[in-house]
Write a protein that binds this ligand. Structure first.
Ligand code: ADQ
Length: 457
């Protein structure tokens, strides 16, 4: 790569510590190219074309400010009350308001002006996620001809669902301004290509890329992963027992941002159904860690209330003086502790109703002791299920299916646990986050971008 890498994501690490697989992978890619990482400052401020330096070494980290109104209309509004529910098949939760879309376009246009000031002709631009769908269109309008890649972390919506948008016809047009559209799974790619196929303005090139007006866009899957070796090492480290004296016997773990897409009510109900139908008297415990997110959005307040209610019912019905079957922690947990919890769990429950990939599934597998591993129960609607077919796959809408999977995981033979875990681990190792970013950037550098098309701009 001759130029620098410029990464755009909604969140950027603000302090010195860069943690979490995705953040570390981007950090490494940027350090290698001496690049620039641009993201929104977590605190609102003066919404102008200025950038604040968050750090300079080994690459520049720069933050732009959103105004209070933009925080509300762009971030909580269009990004998280229109696009997030739409992309997670919750059209019923979409709140269409003209001021939300206007703020989204304003923020993307401002960011394009900012990037135009700093991008050199050979720099590669890598845009992350649904917050910046129209950024390439704005950059092209501002005269930026660099290679621009986009990675969508969440599921690609079905063609019919896009009609929920006020201007669905803009969606394909804006995506086609990127040279490369990266998606989590092959199913996401199929849905994206279906959208282009249905658009009379799009033509397919012999290599499968899409010609849209003067532009050519490649659409590929790049399943995201974790720092597998690093996470396994963290899990193996001897540390204090995270439970202290309160260790539950056999426990099943759930770890999720508190979000309605993660299927938590059904998970709790599935666990209750397991308790109701189990044939032994073993006292299993479900430990659910779900830190709050996007608390100002009403749908998130509603799911928080609903979960507290179900957790209360389950414990009210099944708890004994010396046994709390459902432990629900509504706070984040330090990663080192999380890694040790994964390793001690007999099973991990991932019941997303829709999920781009789900990194928790991969972290759990990486953290296991291969000689005595716990079992991953995985929703077939999480992107991770496309390759991790040896997990216990469940339909998260079917409470009975979740209950049966819990019973099966807790009673599984040692041989079967080892066989299933080895197969899942092979996938987690093969789709490591370092190779994810390297493959994406390699493809962005080499995907078709014929001069005659860029010359026509
Ligand atoms: P998320 O929806 O946030 O990500 P996920 O992929 O599971 O979902 O990642 C969550 C991360 O947060 C994991 O690394 C997990 O360990 C961490 N985490 C969750 N709860 C925690 C807690 N209580 N304490 C500490 N850490 C916690 C979006 C998409 C996903 C996609 C990722 C990456 O929705 O589908 O996999 O981006 O592309």
């Amino acid at each position: 790569m001759s130029g620098r890498l410029i990464v755009i994501s909604n969140r950027i690490p603000m302090g010195d510590a860069v943690s979490g697989g995705l953040m570390v992978a981007l950090h490494d890619a940027l350090a290698a190219s001496g690049g620039i990482w641009i993201g929104a400052h977590p605190e609102a401020g003066q919404a102008d074309d200025g950038l604040e330096e968050v750090s300079t070494a080994p690459y520049q980290r720069l933050a732009f400010r959103l105004s209070e109104i933009e925080m509300h209309d762009y971030y909580l509004g269009y990004a998280n009350s229109v696009l997030w529910p739409l992309f997670h098949r919750r059209g019923d939760l979409v709140e269409l308001r003209p001021e939300y879309e206007a703020a989204y376009r304003r923020v993307n246009a401002r960011l394009a002006r900012i990037i135009r000031q700093i991008a050199g002709p050979d720099d590669l631009i890598w845009v992350h996620d649904y917050h910046f769908l129209s950024l390439a269109a704005e950059l092209r309008a501002a005269g930026v001809q660099n290679r621009i890649g986009f990675f969508l972390h969440v599921p690609f919506p079905a063609l019919g669902d896009l009609s929920v948008l006020t201007h669905p016809e803009r969606f394909a047009d804006e995506l086609a301004q990127f040279n490369l559209v990266g998606l989590q799974t092959r199913s996401d790619v199929a849905r994206c290509l279906e959208m282009f196929r249905a658009d009379p303005r799009a033509e397919f090139m012999p290599d499968g890329s899409v010609k849209f007006g003067h532009r050519i866009t490649s659409v590929r899957s790049f399943p995201i992963g974790i720092d597998t070796a690093g996470f396994a090492a963290e899990a193996e480290k001897a540390g204090p027992n995270p439970f202290g004296a309160e260790e539950p016997g056999r426990f099943i773990l759930g770890v999720d941002r508190l979000d309605y897409s993660k299927g938590l009510p059904n998970r709790f109900k599935g666990f209750a159904r397991y308790l109701e139908t189990r044939t032994d008297n073993a006292r299993a415990c479900l430990l659910q860690i779900a830190p709050p997110s996007r608390e100002q959005v009403p749908a998130y307040q509603e799911i928080t209330r609903e979960l507290e209610e179900i957790a209360g019912h389950v414990n009210g019905r099944f708890a004994e003086l010396d046994w709390t079957p459902l432990r629900y922690i509504h706070r984040p947990i330090a990663r080192a502790k999380l890694a040790r919890l994964y390793r001690r769990a007999k099973a991990c429950l991932v019941t997303s109703l829709a999920d781009g990939m789900n990194l928790v599934a991969k972290e759990f597998v990486a953290a296991q002791n291969p000689d005595d591993p716990g079992i991953l129960i995985l929703s077939r609607f999480a992107g991770a299920a496309e390759d991790m077919t040896e997990a216990l796959l469940v339909n998260p809408y079917d409470i009975e299916d979740i209950a049966k999977a819990i019973s099966c995981a807790l009673g599984m033979s040692h041989d079967e646990r080892r066989r299933r875990h080895a197969a899942c681990l092979e996938v987690v190792q093969r789709t490591d986050v370092a190779q994810w970013s390297a493959t994406f950037l390699g493809t962005l550098t080499t995907c078709p971008y014929p001069r005659e098309f860029s010359d026509l701009l």
